[in-house]
Write a protein that binds this ligand. Sequence first.
Ligand SMILES: Nc1ncnc2c1ncn2[C@@H]1O[C@H](COP(=O)(O)OP(=O)(O)OP(=O)(O)O)[C@@H](O)[C@H]1O
Length: 495
Amino acid sequence: MDTSNATTSFPIQPTPSQISIVDVFFPGFGTIFSSMQYLLAGNLDIYVRLLGICGMITVLGRYGFRYLMEFVETYFTSTVTVPHHDEAYDMLLTWISTQPFADEVKSSLASVGPRQRRVFAVDDSSGYKKKALTYAPWKGSFYFWYKNHLLQLSCTVKEGVFNPQEELRLSCIGRSPKIAKELLEEGRTEYLKRIQKKTSVFEHENGEWKKVVSRDIRPIATVIMNEDDKEALVKDIEDFLSEETRSWYASRGIQYKRGFLWYGPPGTGKSSFSFSIAGRFELDIYVLSIPKVDDSGLASLFAKLPPHCIVLLEDVDAVGTARTERPETPRSPGGSSTVSSGGGRSPGKLSMSGLLNALDGVASAEGRVLIMTTNHIENLDRALVRPGRVDQKVLFPLADKDLIFRLFCTIFKQLDGDQTIGKKDDDEHDTIERLAEEFASKMPSDEFSPAEILELLVKNKHSPANAVVSVAEWVVKARKERSKLQRENSWVQNI
Ligand SMILES: Nc1ncnc2c1ncn2[C@@H]1O[C@H](COP(=O)(O)OP(=O)(O)OP(=O)(O)O)[C@@H](O)[C@H]1O
């Protein structure tokens, strides 16, 4: 027999039916099996055979180990899976961050830059640190003991349609996930403690709500507006959220929701007041971005809202003509644009009927407070602002004399918990009021937004007297800049 031929052909070939039966129980085993038969047939050089057998043992060992692990996982462990976009993820990470082993997790993702919310370890314990590193769990797993149980935490990253989808899996031996649930409950309690006095802000991405940040609550007193309007709005929402009102709505079959429209020029406090309201009533805030949704996406996002929350729909006049991005305008210290926006619109994906359907849908009704804001109330569809969809409209105007006076006092009067910034010209309460009056008399009424005026005040935060002296020059400059921007905007609109 010619042995040279034996090395190029399999002497014993498993029949197709053999392979398929083996493969049913152990996928991929058929191939390994046929290779084994070939090796053991004795037609190979001794070293090649030894090498082959070692390789085979390694492959089989790995295969067997994986199979065993899968078998144990399927039949002898219970698992709780926590998707990345859900707040339960934060709860689990909060729990991990309180554990001594948090710093020893073997597989983590390190990053610098704006602090990510999904972190369990940060390398700066005392205040601000330049380029601080943060760590988050990443592809891998580790074991730890919890209440005398051995638990495994693993992070898996699946390639999603748009971007990788992370999830954490908490597994424990035994058929009951009770211990994992207890751990999550502990995480929840700790998490709630940490977000006290914070407003959680959610935004949407790829059809899911994701918490993007926890902001310090903004006290309502820091938003300077008509005090009667403010009080009436706070009372209205307080009444709406009460248990009696909830059952009143339920017993009459009316959808339990409330809608507001804040309107007025940019930088007048519409968003700020929405956040203050959220803080005042300990509600989370869900920010809808019109350019990022279409009709079906909006309906599904509304359906995923939790009960009792604020939905903030800014620049609602852009529906149907959603701006892909806001025109570039100077921003105030707080980030508001300072001239009326209007140019740069492109057809939007969200239609007015899509928005109306989502607002009328029952899915999200349970205690939902909808706040819509606009700079252009005159452009709004009347169907959108009819009672039932919008229960109250509130104007946020440009600053009048009274508002200018109060803004000045807010910036320069000493507040509880203030660490004095620099030397004050005069800390005396009545001196500040006298300067505030002078400042208000020099600043034109109903021409500038609170955001614009705050820009000047914050620039002079060390010296109220300087702020007063600078008004005249500032007004001239602000007017010039405004007309330049208006010219540019009209030029952009005409091309
Ligand atoms: N009435 C106000 N009282 C206190 N601060 C204000 C007021 N209005 C504006 N600001 C400040 O100006 C900045 C921008 O305000 P905000 O974003 O709330 O304005 P807006 O009316 O929502 O603007 P836009 O219409 O452009 O969205 C914030 O830093 C905010 O603190």
